[in-house]
Design a protein around this ligand. Sequence first.
Ligand SMILES: C[S@@+](CC[C@H](N)C(=O)[O-])C[C@H]1O[C@@H](n2cnc3c(N)ncnc32)[C@H](O)[C@@H]1O
Length: 293
Amino acid sequence: MAGPTELAGGGVKETAAEEEPRVLEPGAAPFGNFPHYSRFHPPEQRLRLLPPELLRQLFPQSPKNEPILGLDVGCNSGDLSVALYKHFLSLPDGETCSDASRELRLLCCDIDPVLVKRAKKECPFPDALTFITLDFMNQRTRKVLLSSFLSQFGRSVFDIGFCMSITMWIHLNHGDHGLWEFLAHLSSLCRYLLVEPQPWKCYRAAARRLRKLGLHDFDHFHSLAIRGDMTNQIVQILTQDHGMELICCFGNTSWDRSLLFFRAKQTTETHPIPESLIEKGKEAGNRLRFQRQ
Ligand SMILES: C[S@@+](CC[C@H](N)C(=O)[O-])C[C@H]1O[C@@H](n2cnc3c(N)ncnc32)[C@H](O)[C@@H]1O
């Protein structure tokens, strides 16, 4: 996994994706539950690729003043969740509370209770962001917790799901079928999806890190049939198997991860997709080759 190496002078430099971010990485983190993830993958790198007006354009305020509902899966300690919230509402730095919670509400979940505890403690917008401990692959708990959140708003699906740098961990821990199911659940739960898949080189780096620490290999690493160009693989699964369409790729972060934006095909569109996104979508379609590998 890419990460910065601390330099003698106190600065940081990006290492190649397969190098070990030794200084900041305290352990193997088998679920990607790194305690200080945002220090080596800062939210800003992703935010600068995302148009701040995106959500307001897709979901102009409803007459009933219903908030936009977002789901952040694998939120870690909440740094990216908070940054996304501020970015899409264009809140200035330093703002700690706002009545914007009426406009956007995020349910943020992570498998690691220690990270969730920290996220709750440090969140500057407790009315707008709800953090819960949830193994998203546990069907029963997922259904109970997500339905309970959605029912507060009289809704059955989220407007948008954020799935940022988590697909690899689901894939390594639950295999091909697990990844397929994970994407199926997300597609059925969200009208729009923003997905940042990890490239295959990160899988090799994660497996090597475990070996170096003398720990067991990931159960599924050697038997994965879905491999290679993970961006295309995920586009394939979502568009061919799970009824999503790729609207656009917002670009690539400096550590070589694409930000892919999808929409559920059956979404009844009351507001057209902005022209600028359609253009980006065409570019993405040219760049990504949608072929099963
Ligand atoms: C690499 S971090 C990404 C954090 C954040 N989304 C970001 O991009 O900055 C992956 C996160 O996914 C969480 N995770 C892994 N498997 C999970 C699961 N089955 N259910 C919920 N969270 C999970 C990990 O605990 C970890 O915090």
